[in-house]
Write a new protein. Structure first.
Length: 109
């Protein structure tokens, strides 16, 4: 399983993580708030996205869904798409222009 820690947008969020889970074949997003006084971790948001799209003409729709969900909680680095595809073992890499366009949009909302 891969795991990439992203820079949170909100200071009340301790960690935003995205990655690829090989056994499940899914991309995931997890968002944790800082632990409570008792030391319990607080999961704020979690979502998974199947790596294989239901429609063959949209093969990467789920990796973009994962990145889009993470963008609500964290700043998205420009190479995240390529990193997630590499984690999955997909030789197809991101067109840098497209990645920059999407990450600029997400980082500025």
């Amino acid at each position: 399983m891969s795991r990439h820690r992203l820079v949170p947008r909100d200071p009340s969020i301790e960690e935003v993580a995205v990655g690829y889970d090989w056994p499940l074949g899914e991309f995931f997003v997890q968002v944790f708030e800082y632990p409570t006084e008792d030391g319990d971790e607080r999961l704020l948001f979690a979502k998974s996205f199947p790596a294989v799209a239901a429609s063959s003409h949209l093969p990467n729709v789920h990796v973009w869904g994962c990145i889009g969900a993470a963008s609500k909680f964290a700043h998205i680095p420009p190479n995240l798409y390529a990193e997630l595809q590499r984690d999955r073992g997909d030789p197809e890499l991101c067109n840098r222009t497209v990645c920059w366009q999407y990450t600029d949009t997400w980082n500025n909302h």
